[in-house]
Design a protein around this ligand. Structure first.
Ligand code: ATR
Length: 271
């Protein structure tokens, strides 16, 4: 019997997840279909009931519902509890299980280029929802996480959260500084660059050993990444994070190994 999956969010029309997952089903001959639905915040409860009533096997959750969906679920996995946010829901024996694959998806996307996490230094620019999942996942891998945010109170709150889960974290001024010489992994998690804007400060002085990631994937190379490249750093955009969070969601729903190459082709064909 055909299985049904979806992504819910608002806005949702630009989501690349349906193309990515459907390409994977096609590649493995799985009888399933993945759709996208725009769900306004005031209709979230009804949308969850509706998806359950229609027999959906699971769905992804994106902005602005990742935290507000939690009261409508039955249980959370440790990953979702740690992030305080859900990006994947599975219906299992009538139970609504909330899971989060964003952090581990990010970790997997940098794994090959970073060559180990333990004892290395990550610097995060931003302290919003995306930064939170990434900070917790990197700290869980044994990295020291240094958080810089325009609004410093949000950086210190995220440091406390990382420490609460047993990780190592510090915060600092949202500006160039000594961190630039010691950083192994620099992650740009703010929305700056989505519309072609310059980042508030230059990457001049950054160690060329650093791997620099911008979680934005459209545009495929932000001004921030161009700047980092000019300093001699290796760079990655957010497409890898999108791919691997999707692959982990797939594996959570269907078991086995997600068809990474087919999903990656499905993503790239849309860009
Ligand atoms: P998301 O869930 O996508 O991370 P968010 O929770 O709204 O979105 O977080 C947005 C992040 O981008 C925040 O860290 C925000 O900084 P503030 O906490 O100071 O608001 C950051 N951000 C957005 N616009 C910015 C700008 N022009 N300069 C610096 N930081 C910016």
């Amino acid at each position: 019997m055909e299985k049904h999956y979806a992504v819910i969010g608002d806005p949702i029309e630009h989501s690349l997840s349906p193309g990515m997952h459907n390409a994977g089903y096609l590649a493995l001959g799985i009888d399933a279909a993945y759709q996208r639905f725009q769900v306004e915040p005031s209709h979230l409860a009804e949308a969850v009931e509706g998806l359950c009533a229609l027999g959906f096997s699971g769905w992804n959750v994106t902005l602005p519902h990742k935290e507000t969906i939690i009261p409508f679920l039955d249980t959370l996995t440790p990953e979702a509890q740690r992030a305080g946010a859900v990006n994947t829901v599975k219906i299992h024996e009538g139970q609504r299980i909330g899971h989060n694959t964003d952090g581990d998806g990010f970790v997997r996307s940098v794994h090959g280029d970073l060559n180990g996490f333990k004892g290395k230094r990550a610097v995060l620019l931003g302290a919003g929802g995306a930064a939170k999942g990434i900070a917790l996942a990197l700290a869980a891998q044994g990295m020291h996480v240094h958080i810089l945010n325009r609004t410093p109170e949000k950086a210190t709150a995220l440091v406390e959260l990382v420490k609460k889960w047993g990780g190592m974290a510090t915060s600092g001024e949202f500006a160039p500084g000594d961190w630039m010489e010691a950083v192994d992994l620099l992650v740009q998690t703010t929305s700056v660059g989505l519309r072609g804007e310059h980042f508030p400060f230059s990457m001049q002085g950054i160690s060329d050993r650093a791997l620099v990631v911008d979680i934005i994937f459209n545009p495929s190379e932000t001004v921030f990444l161009q700047d980092a490249k000019k300093q001699g750093c290796r760079t990655l955009n957010g497409l890898g994070m999108l791919l691997y969070q999707g692959a982990y969601a797939w594996e959570f729903w269907l078991g086995g190994q997600a068809p990474i190459e087919a999903m990656q082709r499905g993503l790239k064909e849309q860009l």
